[in-house]
Ligand binder design. Structure first.
Ligand SMILES: [Zn+2]
Length: 315
């Protein structure tokens, strides 16, 4: 699909959102189907027989008497917001071309800044969990990046405390066009860490192209083939054809994140990277972004509160 085909695909309008998910009942019904496509299952014992406690909106298992709500055990757990607001937020965040800050989200859905910020973190967490389960395959360009520091030149591999190392990987089709990407924060560019990363994020048998950084040979431990190209690290190196796509995408993600957010606490960077990758990986599927994300959201456990306490000064 060309760039124009991405821009002019049918998509999903705000009117569609209001028509299909404009009331609490519509949202609850949709969420029920996504959470329990084959009918209710007790999350405690797996039984299907249950009764509904209508006044408190609870489902009670007839076998173990465990009570569960539609959102308990999911990323939405304990929310006091209407589902309609959540669905609208999911729509806006999945359709935004280069990202949507918590401040913009706050303005568009009419909640406080802190509420918008933590909703955004939760939705980004869903995006991350989804793509963390989808390893890349085929031909993959791989590169090492530092967030908050210069990437090329200088003392590579010795990032200071405010530089966050992450791996950027882009898979290509036979024509050399990018298909999907992932970007994951790592503890450092060491063999053991890259081996761990590769086992989770690359399919065995992939052909991985990287520069000469020694740790990247660890992809062999994940059953991948490895081709390393020595670039020399000078300004010329980034124009090498082998790295065109991964470098373009690294540039785009840095530009998008810097343009949308004021400052990002390194603790949250993995989710901002995941947000960018998630949308990129689904750029041909704008029409069903909302249901696809919501389907994963009801399978994503609640986020620990400690990750949601840093709302201030975190775009
Ligand atoms: Zn049960």
């Amino acid at each position: 699909m060309s760039k124009n085909q991405v821009q002019f695909q049918k998509g999903y309008s705000l009117l569609d959102v209001f028509k299909n998910y404009g009331t609490e009942d519509q949202c609850a019904e949709a969420l029920f189907k996504w959470r329990w496509p084959d009918g209710f299952r007790c999350p405690w014992c797996g039984s299907g027989s249950h009764s509904v406690l209508k006044t408190r909106k609870l489902y009670q298992c007839s076998d173990c008497h465990h009570q569960t709500s539609l959102i308990s055990g999911t990323i939405f757990e304990q929310t006091k917001l209407p589902l309609t607001i959540w669905f609208l937020a999911i729509h806006l965040l999945t359709q935004a071309k280069t990202g949507l800050s918590a401040l913009s989200l706050k303005r568009q859905i009419g909640v406080s800044y802190n509420t918008a910020w933590s909703m955004k973190q939760k939705i980004m967490q869903v995006m991350k969990e989804r793509d963390d389960r989808e390893p890349l395959s085929g031909t993959i360009q791989l590169d090492d990046v530092y967030w908050g520091g210069e990437r090329r030149g200088g003392k590579r591999g010795r990032g200071s405390a405010n530089k966050v190392p992450f791996v950027a990987a882009v898979s290509l089709n036979e024509k050399g066009h990018p298909i999907a990407m992932n970007m994951n924060v790592v503890k450092g560019f060491r063999l053991t860490e890259i081996a761990r990363w590769a086992r989770q994020h690359l399919s065995p048998g992939s052909r991985v192209i990287s520069d000469g950084l020694p740790c990247f040979s660890a992809v062999l431990q994940a059953g991948c083939h490895h081709y390393s190209i020595v670039t020399g690290g000078g300004p010329q190196s980034v124009t090498k054809e082998e790295f065109t796509w991964v470098n373009t995408i690294i540039g785009n993600v840095k530009k998008a994140i810097n343009g949308t957010y004021h400052a990002i606490n390194p603790k949250h960077l993995p989710r901002y990277l995941a947000e960018f990758c998630y949308r990129y990986n689904r750029r041909f599927q704008l029409e069903d972004m909302l249901p696809r994300l919501a389907y994963v959201a009801v399978r994503t456990p609640p986020m620990p509160g400690r990750l949601l306490k840093l709302a201030e000064a975190n775009g």
